[in-house]
Design a binder for this molecule. Structure first.
Ligand SMILES: [Zn+2]
Length: 138
């Protein structure tokens, strides 16, 4: 399935809008952060207006979104857009409409998520010092 020129323009516009939203969130959050002059190192001990953890979350997710959109726009200009960066399969049009900056096909994305879950489980086991299943029973 080849993406039509019209569809590509639509996806590009979606990404430009998403990037602008991410940029606005980042700018607003950084502005609020500066205004509050947060100095604390913990989530509990900060201004009640914006908990520091959500500030960091907004900054990281906005920045990540902008990076992903920029990378997708680059792929659009070099002709590799809509092709999974891992296996080379086409990324479904429906998936691109929901997440135009997607760089993996749904199969590779699922593999990545399963691997990430496995890694998190291992890390949890290491932290807990006992099998996760046993921890659930406590
Ligand atoms: Zn793939």
């Amino acid at each position: 399935m080849e993406l039509t020129v019209k569809r590509m323009k639509q996806l590009k516009n979606l990404m430009i809008r998403a990037r602008a939203n991410a940029f606005d969130s980042l700018a607003a959050t950084l502005g609020a952060l500066q205004a509050l002059q947060l100095r604390s190192d913990t989530c509990e001990n900060t201004s009640a207006l914006i908990p520091r953890c959500s500030v960091v979350e907004v900054i990281v997710s906005s920045y990540n979104r902008m990076e992903k959109v920029d990378a997708a726009l680059l792929r659009m200009s070099d002709g590799t857009y809509g092709i999974c960066v891992e296996c080379g399969a086409e990324i479904g049009e429906g998936r691109l409409l929901i997440q135009p900056w997607a760089e993996h096909c749904i199969i590779c994305q699922e593999h990545r998520e399963v691997a990430m879950l496995g890694q998190l489980t291992q890390e949890f086991k290491a932290i807990a010092g006992k099998p996760m299943e046993a921890a659930w029973r406590v």
